[in-house]
Design a protein around this ligand. Structure first.
Ligand SMILES: [Fe+2]
Length: 208
């Protein structure tokens, strides 16, 4: 059974955080990272509709978008061996590993016509978090670390990430192309049916 309350509470707390510190990237990465780390320490809350792999393409499911587009939350579902192109984000982002593992190769922009430079290669395991932004390093390529199983990570970005004009890069030539990712889903999970909780509260209230 999915603990949708845990997800809803995370979104409530992240909304409060972005309301106070949305313009302070370092604070969002630090305090938002703590919230995300707590969330991905448990794997009982991700709705099934946001955990479905595709045989050919990695999936980017929108879980929630702030109404003012101050942040968005997505799940990345990696089929075996799937990976992104080299890309950037144009905003801050937090990544939390939920299931399986992924590898992240970071790049710096090269001279046009020449290969891009790999600055680091890391792997992310369940419970661990990472971050990106134009200030801390924004260009990377992410892949499922496994060739025989699905991996899932959860990302929070400082914008409605599916609607942000971003860039993909050819690592061999440093050629840049613009892209807008969109989302893999047309419907988001219902986080707001609290009727079970309310009924329980009513049932436990003593009658006079
Ligand atoms: Fe990314």
């Amino acid at each position: 059974m999915h603990n949708i309350n845990r997800l809803r509470q995370f979104i409530v707390e992240f909304t409060q955080l972005v309301a106070h510190h949305g313009d302070a990237e370092a604070t969002m990465l630090e305090q938002g990272g703590e919230l995300l780390k707590t969330l991905v320490a448990q794997d009982d809350w991700l709705p099934e509709i946001c955990a479905q792999p595709h045989p050919q393409y990695y999936q980017q499911y929108l879980i929630h978008c702030d109404p003012l587009e101050r942040f968005s939350m997505v799940s990345f579902v990696w089929g075996p061996g799937q990976k992104t192109p080299v890309h950037n984000h144009q905003t801050w982002g937090l990544i939390g590993m939920l299931r399986g593992a992924e590898t992240c190769r970071r790049y710096s922009l090269g001279t046009p016509g020449e290969a891009m430079i790999v600055t680091s290669t890391d792997s992310l395991c369940p419970g661990q978090i990472d971050c990106v932004s134009p200030n801390v390093g924004d260009i990377h390529e992410v892949a499922n670390a496994f060739t025989d199983r699905v991996s899932i990570s959860v990302h929070i970005y400082g914008a409605n990430i599916g609607a942000v004009s971003r860039e993909v890069f050819d690592p061999l030539t440093s050629t840049i192309k613009s892209f807008v990712s969109g989302y893999s889903n047309s419907q988001t999970p219902n986080l707001w049916d609290r009727s079970t909780i309310v009924r329980q509260q009513i049932a436990s209230t003593p009658t006079t």
